[in-house]
Every structure is written in structure tokens, then in C-alpha cells.
Design a protein around this ligand. Structure first.
Ligand code: ADP
Ligand code: ZN
Length: 723
């Protein structure tokens, strides 16, 4: 018999393999010979019959892993179709745990037989006693030697005497059981209502999506943990997605307190062995709750009842390289296929989600006030036109006064600036030359802490040259504009004696380092916290009384479709870090801006949220922009700029299949970042109506071309990023 097997390599579809009749079923994970090696595969469909059976190879064996359930396979299929990603690569996302091809790892252990040896020396007695203390469970030799303080020969002697036997045992321990019956915090009336609605949805055991909209600090996490509890009570699995792995530590702590054991954790910083264990436990259905980054969505859950997408508006849910997908949207897709409840939690939901609520596709639950009688922060503008900052200064007098006041109250202040490094630009004072990356269309950013110039596109680092490559003058380089490092210098001068901590994604080596630093900051071992957007997200800093956004306008420059939306979200989130506990006192936030009358800034300060979204929605609707219309970005990249342009023009001319569905195509144009790692980049943009069959049309269109190997063509459905 012959079956179609899906492998996680770009082989363009299914491969046929032979298998003894009745030996495998669809969804079984198998090991197959492929090329010169072996590969994991999943039995996907009947054989395609494209190849003569006499030439086919046999499936080597079934893996010691739970089969992929039908809804998981359907999910991969539909996610592949939606994102226009080959199914093989989608499957690769679902098998991103090193070593799952092997057997489950085992360890040698010793078990007591109950037989008393003829000669019981004191050492032997200690071993037997130690087994008794451990209720006769199998133990590792090293552990026995250590704990019973005996040598290996004592153990060997006991084996020879028939008192112990050698066995092997799976080395992966099952995950600790979470107890959903334990009581959580006492909820406020609003929280209780919100939790009841989420629980009702979980109990329905069918697909639904609800927006949990609550101001920063309103207890969204508290409330969705009730939905998690309901899911666990029903014996189903729950998944909580977070936009940033720095946030998971706090969540794990809260889960441990709430349910008596930690959840499973999944993201890139988790060691391979643990990833393998977790991957298996999701497939077995043994693990109850997983918290993770976007890729956790592709774990092979057996019985998923709930997906929570925390901070659903966050842009990092969009995976931008490799397989391009939006984890928030794919979460809704997966839930709709497996009949799970979805909770999208945010203080500042995306316009997409607002619209889906308005259209009645998603429900909505509100938490309008902060938990525990904590007030929302007061938000003020500082008009930079009146601040008269000296050159090279970024902190206005008004902001400095406010920071000092908070510091004298022994509370913390946070200065937010979404710019890593010392200065975004370095120029030669004598000729005006700007230091740029050789391989990218990008400036080099000075990072003074590590004494390097860094390209934020490709990561290349170079030491600062001592003479200008253009005019040869030495000692003429000047830093232009602020980064967080430069801000910390200014803060040191303005607030002498204050302990200043800079938190930016490029400072910490490992996630543990970052967590440790976060924890010391939370505990009060810093007075002024300076950071990039990494500190804007869901963190709780109990002592934080003041937040100053040094450049609130930063995100408003440029032509990004979502510039206003992003700035609104980011500034609201940043301000929302202030005054989150009663001890912290009333929080206060300052936005330094050159345009205090800008509608976005006004909306943040006045709290005119609904009006802001209404205005934003109206603008997008007129423009046919998402979420009212649909976009797809086409990015061409290659070593030769004119080849790209020529191909782009050809693609434009032959866009009949797109025009047939009423779509418009724009371009080709050099991308705003026109070169990365030595490769030139061109973009085309497709705009279609919401209901138009965009993916099918793109597929027909794309099939007309034979792309040269040197040119890479990337299709980005629902692009978030237009660089
Ligand atoms: P959000 O997720 O909306 O930002 P959290 O769930 O993190 O809010 O809650 C903010 C803070 O208030 C947390 O420290 C949380 O433990 C606390 N909190 C929320 N609800 C309650 C409650 N009902 N009882 C006690 N503490 C609460
Ligand atoms: Zn570069």
C-alpha cells in the first residue's frame, strides 16, 4: 500500500511511501528515508500515485509520538492556504522541537525488589532506607550514591544480591497537575461579570471569539485565568499567547500561585530537551496549560479548549520572516477549526478587532476601571515648542521637575524612548557624511555601551572609525539625535545620585539575565528606568509613579498605514505602566510632543478613545485600507536592482488575474529600506475588497512567472510592515 507523507522540507507537496497494509493511519507521525538521511513525516493522504510503486521507498517506522489530530491537520492546511505558504513549511512550524524523531529519552534506574540481602552492612542499610523514604520508587544510581552516601560498588553488590534490579525509565517527567479548583483573588463585580461571560463561552465547547477590553491594570489576566480554570475543569487544554517572552515569567508566577503548579513554557529561549518534552506532552494531552510566543500556536495540542491572545494588538504577533503569519489571526482560525473559545485581551485593541466586534463576529467584554481602587494615570502634554531644549538635550525642564518630585517620594520614574543605542545617526562635522551600513540601506547606530556601530537591519557591528571615510578628517564625528543610552547620560546629569537602569532589547544576553534585571527593577533597585518598547508592554512595576515619553511623535512620522493606531496604542500602554498599585500612588504620565494638537496626541491625553477609533476607521474606510479592504505585499529581492525592477514591471503588466477580482496593483517601487544584506528590494502592493478571493487570484497570477533562482519573491498577506 502507498500513502502520501508530508515532510517538513520544501519538496513541493506530498511524497509517496510504501507501508504494509493497515499499518498506519492518517495523522500518524513516521520516520521516512529522504535524500541521504531520515526525516519526520506525517501520513497525510492516500498515495498520489505519481511515481511507479516499484521505485518507492518504505516508511521506516511509526514514531513514538501521539498522531496529529484531524483538526490540527485541517489547521495546517488552512493556515497554509491563507498565508500562501507551502504546506511542507507549515508542517515544519509544527515540528520545531529538536530531536522528536528519536525515541522518547530514557534513563537507567534501580528498583528495589523487596528481597533482604543476607549481609546487611551499614552502607547497604542506608540504601534500603533511602528507597523506603522514597516509597520504593525507581531511582537513579547517581542520586542514591549522593543521598545515601555510598559508592557505586555498594549498589552493584545489592544488584548481585537480588535486592535491586536495573531498569530503564522515561526521563521526561509528566507535567505537574494544575488544580483549577483552587480559589483565585476575590473578583470585583465587573471582573466577575467578565469572567462569567468567558466561562460561559468555554463551557459552550464551541468556537467563539471575544474581545476582553480592559484598561491597563484592570485585571484582564485575573479574569482570563478564570476562563483557563474552566477549561482545565472540563479536562481540556489551554494556550496563552504573549507577545514578548520577557512577559512570561510574571505570568508563570501568577499561574503557580493560582493553580499550584507552573504552566508549560514555549519560546525560542527554552532549552531543546524541554521543548521536546513539552511538544510531546501537548500531543499526549498531558499538559494542561501552555504559555508561549506566537509559535506555540503550532504545537500539536490534542484537546484544545481555549486560546488567549494577550495584548492582541501587539505587532510582534506578526511573524515577518520565514513563514509570514499573524499569530492572532491564526489563533482565531485554529480555534474555529477545533471548536475552542478565543479571548483577545487588550487595553488598546487593533482596529481589525474593533471592526470584528462591530460586525458582530466577536463578542466584547469590558473592564473599565483599574483593579483595587487604583486610579488611571493622569496624562499631560509637554509642548516642546515652548520647552526650549538646549541642543543635545531631550528632557524638558517640566519633565525633570516632575521626575525629581517622584524620586523624593521614593517612587520610580520611567523615561520611554523607542530608540536603541546612543544616537540614531552619526555624521562627520566637516563634510556631512553619514555613517551607513555597507550592505544595507540603513544608517549605523552608535552603541556606546559596547563601543560599536550597529546596523539595525543586518546586525553587523563595526568599531567607530577614527577618520571620516569621505573626507579623511579625524575626530569630527558627531552624534545626532537621542537613543536610550544618550538619554541615560542626560538623566545622570539631571538626577545626580539616582540609580539609573537602561532596559533595551540589545542589552541583555539571555532571557534569564533580562528577567533578573526586570525583577530587581520591580523590587525597587532602580530609581529611573529608561527603556525602549520592551518596557511598554504588560509589565507591572509596583513602585512606578511617573512615565515620561521623551518623543511621543516618533511613531507619527512616516507614511505607515497604521502610524496613528500604533502611536495611540504604544503611548496608552506606556502611560499605563504608571501608578499600577495603591502603594505606587496616583500615576502621572507626560508626553513630550511638538504637535500637541495632533488628533492622536489629543485623543491620548483626553481619553477620547472611541472618537479616535471612529475617526481612524472612517479614514481607512474611505481609502479602502485594512480592515475595510485587504492588502497583500509582494517583496522582490535579489543581487541586481534592474533585474528586480524588470521583473516587477512584468508582474504589474500581467496582473489580469488580479484585476479580474477587482483588485488594484501598485508598483514596483524600491522598498523604503531598499537594500538589506547586500540584496536589493522592490515592492508591489495589491489592494482588494474584503471579500475578494485574493489568495486564489494571487496564485493564478504567480503561476505565470518563472522566477530566476537569484530572485526571492515573498508574499505577505495582510502586511503590517511596509518597509
Ligand atoms: P491587566 O492584565 O488588565 O493589566 P492584571 O490582571 O495584571 O491587569 O491586574 C493588575 C494588578 O491588579 C495585578 O497586580 C493583579 O494581581 C491585581 N488584581 C487584579 N484583580 C484583582 C483582584 N480582583 N484582587 C486582587 N488583586 C487584583
Ligand atoms: Zn546592515
Amino acid at each position: 500500500m502507498c500513502v502520501g507523507v508530508l515532510v517538513p522540507r520544501p519538496v513541493g507537496g506530498l511524497l509517496d511511501y510504501l507501508v504494509p497494509e493497515g499499518d498506519v493511519e492518517f495523522g500518524d507521525l513516521v520516520e521516512v528515508p529522504l535524500g541521504r538521511g531520515h526525516e519526520i513525516g506525517v501520513v497525510w493522504a492516500p498515495g498520489t500515485g505519481k511515481i511507479d510503486t516499484r521505485k518507492l521507498k518504505w516508511i521506516l517506522r511509526k514514531l513514538d509520538a501521539a498522531p496529529l489530530v484531524t483538526n490540527m491537520r485541517t489547521f495546517l492546511d488552512q493556515a497554509s492556504a491563507y498565508t500562501m505558504t507551502p504546506l511542507n513549511l507549515m508542517f515544519r512550524l509544527a515540528t520545531r522541537a529538536p530531536g522528536i524523531l528519536g525515541d522518547r529519552p530514557t534513563v537507567p534506574v534501580l528498583c528495589p525488589t523487596g528481597h533482604i540481602p543476607e549481609r546487611v552492612t551499614p552502607a547497604r542499610q542506608r540504601v534500603l532506607d533511602y528507597f523506603r523514604q522514597n516509597e520504593g520508587l525507581p531511582l537513579r544510581a547517581t542520586q542514591i550514591c549522593q543521598e545515601a552516601k555510598v559508592s557505586g560498588s555498594v549498589i552493584n553488590g545489592l544488584v548481585e544480591a537480588g535486592s535491586l534490579v536495573r531498569e530503564t525509565q522515561l526521563s521526561d517527567q509528566p507535567y505537574d497537575r494544575l488544580d483549577p479548583g483552587r480559589a483565585g483573588h476575590e473578583l470585583s463585580a465587573e471582573q466577575r461579570d467578565a469572567a462569567a461571560e468567558l466561562q460561559r463561552r468555554v463551557r459552550a465547547r464551541e468556537y467563539s471569539t471575544v474581545l476582553l477590553k480592559g484598561v491597563t491594570g484592570s485585571g484582564k489576566t485575573e479574569v482570563y485565568l478564570e476562563a483557563v480554570a474552566e477549561t482545565l475543569k472540563a479536562g481540556q487544554q489551554a494556550l496563552v499567547l504573549m507577545p514578548e517572552i520577557g512577559l512570561t515569567a510574571e505570568f508563570i508566577e501568577r499561574v503557580t500561585v493560582r493553580f499550584g503548579a507552573p504552566p508549560g513554557e514555549w519560546h525560542s529561549a527554552i532549552p531543546a530537551a524541554e521543548r521536546r518534552r513539552l511538544w510531546r506532552a501537548t500531543g499526549d494531552g498531558q499538559i494542561q496549560l501552555v504559555v508561549g510566543a506566537r509559535s506555540a500556536l503550532f504545537l500539536p495540542f490534542r484537546n484544545l479548549g481555549l486560546i488567549v491572545v494577550d495584548e492582541e494588538h501587539d505587532t510582534s504577533y506578526k511573524q515577518e520572516d520565514g513563514v509570514i503569519y499573524n499569530a492572532r489571526d491564526m489563533a482565531v482560525l485554529r480555534a474555529s477549526i477545533c471548536g475552542a473559545a478565543t479571548v483577545l485581551a487588550s487595553a488598546t485593541p487593533s482596529l481589525e478587532t474593533w471592526k470584528n466586534v462591530e460586525d458582530g463576529k466577536y463578542g466584547r467584554v469590558n473592564l473599565p476601571v483599574r483593579a483595587g481602587a487604583v486610579q488611571m494615570p493622569e496624562i499631560n502634554c509637554i509642548d516642546l515648542r515652548e520647552a526650549q531644549l538646549a541642543p543635545g538635550r531631550w528632557i524638558s525642564g517640566a519633565l525633570a521637575v516632575a521626575v525629581r518630585e517622584v524620586l523624593t517620594q521614593r517612587r520610580q520614574a520611567m523615561l520611554f524612548l523607542n530608540r536603541r543605542g546612543f544616537a540614531p545617526l552619526t555624521v562627520c562635522r566637516s563634510c556631512g557624511f553619514q555613517l551607513g551600513c555597507d550592505d544595507c540601506d540603513a544608517r549605523l547606530v552608535e552603541h556606546r555601551f559596547i563601543n560599536q556601530l550597529v546596523c539595525h537591519q543586518c546586525g553587523r557591528m563595526t568599531p567607530c572609525p577614527d577618520h571620516c571615510p569621505a573626507c579623511g578628517e579625524t575626530g569630527q564625528f558627531a552624534a545626532v539625535g537621542p537613543g536610550v543610552e544618550r538619554l541615560s547620560q542626560e538623566a545622570e546629569e539631571l538626577f545626580p545620585g539616582a540609580r539609573i537602569e537602561v532596559l533595551s532589547s540589545d542589552f541583555f544576553g539571555s532571557i534569564e539575565d533580562f528577567r533578573a534585571r526586570l525583577q530587581t527593577v520591580r523590587n525597587g533597585h532602580a530609581d529611573v528606568i529608561i527603556g525602549t518598547q520592551i518596557i511598554a508592554k504588560g509589565h507591572n512595576f509596583p513602585l512606578l509613579g511617573l512615565v515620561g515619553a521623551v518623543d511621543a511623535d516618533l511613531g507619527l512620522h512616516g507614511t505607515d498605514l497604521r502610524a496613528a493606531e500604533r502611536t495611540f496604542q504604544l503611548m496608552t500602554q506606556v502611560a499605563g505602566r504608571a501608578g499600577r498599585t495603591r502603594e505606587g500612588g496616583r500615576g502621572i504620565a507626560f508626553l513630550q510632543t511638538w504637535q500637541p494638537d495632533h488628533p492622536v496626541i489629543e485623543a491620548i491625553v483626553s481619553g477620547g478613545e472611541e472618537e479616535f477609533w471612529a475617526a481612524e476607521a472612517a479614514e481607512r474606510q474611505v481609502a479602502g485600507a485594512p480592515p475595510y479592504g485587504r492588502y497583500a505585499g509582494i517583496i522582490l529581492s535579489g543581487p541586481n536592482s534592474s533585474d528586480l525592477e524588470r521583473l516587477g514591471r512584468l508582474m504589474f503588466r500581467k496582473a489580469v488575474p488580479l484585476r479580474d477580482i477587482g483588485a488594484q496593483i501598485y508598483g514596483p517601487a524600491p522598498a523604503p529600506v531598499s537594500r538589506i544584506r547586500g540584496r536589493f528590494r522592490y515592492r508591489l502592493l495589491i489592494k482588494a475588497e474584503r471579500r475578494a478571493p485574493l489568495q486564489q487570484a494571487i496564485a493564478v497570477w504567480r503561476a505565470q512567472f518563472n522566477f530566476p533562482a537569484a530572485i526571492r519573491v515573498v508574499i505577505d498577506i495582510d502586511p503590517q510592515n511596509f518597509m
